[in-house]
Design a protein around this ligand. Structure first.
Ligand code: MG
Length: 164
């Protein structure tokens, strides 16, 4: 019996943003053609926000709102890819690297599947891993609830991090 902690951790992230007219729709760092976009202080990339929370959660470094507050003008209109880069740096400072991530986007519309390969390569490049370590999945909620009514899009993410 030893008290040495294991060299890996897992984390969970969840986020929701409201769909509105007059905004671009950004998901996993990719601009998706759609008549509605997500509302937020930053570019409101709900999938990247969930991923950041999964990474921070894995190492108990609080959450995305703690590090990048939506009251801070510095993050107004922020490209969430930069928030993800900063999150990766926070983990790297403590010696943690990404093993794999798994993201589920819940949206009634638009169709996400055609964009998944591009999303994987965008995120993998930021995370410094091969695209096959970044899984992105899409689902609807069968027209139920706020995602079904197209009032918003939600995303879940898990991540495994390890000490190389
Ligand atoms: Mg968010």
């Amino acid at each position: 019996m030893t008290n040495t902690p294991p060299p890996f951790r897992t984390g969970l992230g969840f986020d929701v943003h409201r769909l509105v007219e007059g905004r671009d729709l950004w998901l996993c760092g990719v601009k998706i053609p759609h008549n509605l976009g997500l509302l937020g202080h930053s570019d409101a990339d709900v999938a990247i926000h969930a991923l950041c929370d999964a990474l921070l959660g894995a190492v108990a470094l609080r959450d995305i709102g703690y590090h990048f507050p939506d009251t801070d003008p510095a993050y107004k209109g922020a490209d969430s890819k930069n928030l993800l880069r900063a999150t990766v740096s926070l983990l790297a400072e403590k010696g943690w690297a990404l093993g794999n991530a798994d993201i589920t986007i819940c949206a009634e519309k638009p169709k996400i599947n055609p964009h998944i390969p591009q999303m994987q390569s965008v995120l993998a490049e930021i995370l410094g891993v091969e695209p096959d370590r970044v899984s992105i999945k899409a689902t609807t909620t069968e027209k139920l609830g706020y995602t079904g009514r197209m009032e918003g899009i939600s995303a879940f993410a898990t991540a495994l991090v390890y000490h190389p």
